[in-house]
Design a protein around this ligand. Structure first.
Ligand code: FSO
Ligand code: SF4
Length: 540
């Protein structure tokens, strides 16, 4: 195996024996093969479309679903990955028969192995290192990781029955492009185009979420459990949240969010459920302790799963793209009602969650809510009460060095406001950093995909202040990344021309020195340094 797609990759270079995330070598090879056969399927859909033939939307969903399954910490199940590989080859073969001009098809488009051992061996040959040139490899992987993040967001929109076929076409074309010999310049263009579609993907999801559940609004979220048994729901899938709330109402079981599901508390449609209590715990990587003390069942709707301890493994359920061997998976395709009754029944037999925190936190500052506060915000900027906005979106992770973000947030002068989204916020959202004339100093827009809100807010501020570019705003970026959803957020920002992004806690291992040079020249990206040095650079 060789995997370097996340920030915690071994030695900052690549996991080669087993993933730091807990991924086995066999799983890594199957994920590589799943990507490869999905490229093959995309070659076929591209060929069909060139011949003017229709490709059903279920095929688009298969492509995005496959990519989603290979995101860091999403699916650890060899069985599930094998089934996806077999299905993809089967579907691809069925479609290939409809292609009139077969001459252009090669490699994965023609692959139709069935034997498990042979599949594993193939997986070991078609991974990251099969591209020999370091820079081409870097740009291909950067594209693929962006596509993985984009697929996850697209999928979340699809489950709410929103589609944008243009995005699917791009994903498939871009997958095919990573099989072709392209120049470095063409690949840089492809990376930026991926970012452009990243913006479209986040916009689609924003539209899907707000149409279905209303606009997030300023909300005080309780951090304290009640006395009833509970179910903890984690990940990003709001449709799963809705189904769970609906099916568990009047059952005597309470519902709590964990990690990236916290923003569900901000949506009007979910507030009407009296058994939806609040949030329990912190970012994904603290789940080993927090799932233990929660006492009740946990539903993982997406990444980030940490291989569970035996003590709670039988209480851990997965659904959607998530999977873990030995944990029960709740099935349900797009448009289908999932059945969470087993989880609810199990909850009733469990003790109530143990209290691990006190008080509450405030969030819900997505674009609509911030626009509603625009006059207040603009006055505070004009009077000098707010001197700078600091975008600190992205992910949290286990690495010790991430305490930098807590220290940075704490050291920021009192006339700065943090704009955040994603699980990165857990490093500072409980610090009580106060407010500026009633505007909280930490404005949480929501999940990592709600970084889209931060973009809209920046554009709105630029418009109000009559500026030509968001780069002229008193707004700086200090972004933390961990996995591939953060990659698409980053590429989206770059495609919008955002300059001077500070990225940490370390730069991606998959960015080669030459590709980094391009990013620095074009966008002035830089790594974080020390809190003081970065404050000097960004704030003072
Ligand atoms: Fe975090 Fe995990 Fe949202 Fe990620 S929970 S790390 S970028 O999956 O998706 O912010
Ligand atoms: Fe290593 Fe990250 Fe890949 Fe897991 S996802 S194998 S930790 S690089």
């Amino acid at each position: 195996m060789f995997c370097y797609q996340c920030q915690e990759t071994a030695k900052g270079q690549g996991c080669q024996i087993k993933g730091v995330c807990g991924k086995e070598a066999s799983t890594a090879c199957l994920q590589d093969l799943l990507i490869w056969v999905t490229k093959g399927l995309s070659q076929v859909t591209q060929a069909l479309r060139k011949e003017g033939k229709q490709v059903p939307k279920e095929i688009n969903h298969l492509v995005t679903g496959n990519l989603f399954k290979t995101i860091t910490n999403a699916n650890f199940s060899d069985q599930d990955l094998l089934a996806s590989i077999e299905k993809t080859i089967q579907v691809k073969e069925d479609l290939r028969r409809q292609v009139s001009k077969q001459e252009g098809l090669f490699g994965p488009a023609l692959y139709q192995e069935k034997d498990k051992q042979a599949l594993l061996e193939k997986g070991a040959q078609v991974g990251v290192l099969s591209t020999k040139d370091e820079d081409l490899r870097s740009l291909r992987e950067l594209t693929i990781y962006g596509l993985k993040g984009l697929s996850a967001y697209t999928k979340h929109a699809n489950v709410l029955l929103e589609e944008n076929e243009e995005i699917d076409l791009f994903i498939q074309d871009a997958l095919v492009a990573t099989l072709e010999e392209k120049s470095i310049d063409d690949m840089v263009d492809l990376v930026l185009k991926t970012g452009h579609y990243g913006v479209q993907g986040m916009a689609l999801l924003d539209q899907a979420n707000t149409r279905a559940y209303g606009h997030p609004e300023m909300t005080e979220v309780s951090l304290e459990p009640r006395k009833n048994p509970g179910i903890l729901i984690s990940g990003h899938d709001l449709r799963d949240m809705e189904m769970l709330l609906e099916q568990s109402k009047d059952s005597g079981v309470d519902i709590y969010t964990h990690s990236e599901m916290l923003p569900a508390n901000y949506y009007p449609a979910f507030k009407k459920y009296p058994h939806f209590v609040g949030n329990y715990g912190n970012a994904w990587w603290k789940q080993k302790e927090e799932f233990e003390s929660f006492n009740g069942p946990i539903l993982m709707t997406t990444n980030c799963i940490v291989p569970p301890k035996e003590s709670y493994k039988d209480r851990l359920f997965t659904t959607g793209a998530a999977g873990f061997p030995g944990c029960k998976h709740i099935p349900g395709e797009i448009g289908e009602e999932k059945d969470f009754s087993e989880i609810i029944a199990l909850a009733k037999t469990c003790p109530a969650p143990e209290k691990i925190e006190e008080g509450s936190l405030v969030g819900g500052f997505a674009h609509n809510q911030v626009f509603a506060l625009a006059d207040q915000v603009v006055d505070a900027v004009k009077s000098g009460a707010i001197k700078k906005f600091v975008v600190m979106a992205g992910c949290d992770g286990r690495q010790k060095g991430r305490s930098y973000y807590t220290d940075f947030a704490q050291a920021l002068p009192k006339d700065t406001v943090i704009l955040t989204a994603g699980c990165a916020k857990y490093r500072y959202n409980k610090l009580n950093l106060g407010d500026i004339q009633g505007i909280p100093r930490v404005l949480d827009a929501g999940q990592c995909n709600d970084s889209y809100s931060l973009v809209l807010i920046a554009l709105k501020l630029a418009e109000i202040f009559g500026l030509d570019s968001v780069n002229d705003l008193p707004l700086v970026y200090n972004i933390a990344w961990y996995e591939q959803k953060a990659v698409i957020v980053l590429l989206a920002l770059l495609s919008l021309g955002v300059q001077n992004i500070h990225l940490g806690p370390t730069l991606p291992a998959f960015i080669s020195p030459n590709v980094l040079k391009v990013l620095v020249e074009k966008f002035h990206i830089s790594p974080i340094t020390s809190v003081q040095e970065d404050l000097d650079k960004l704030i003072y």
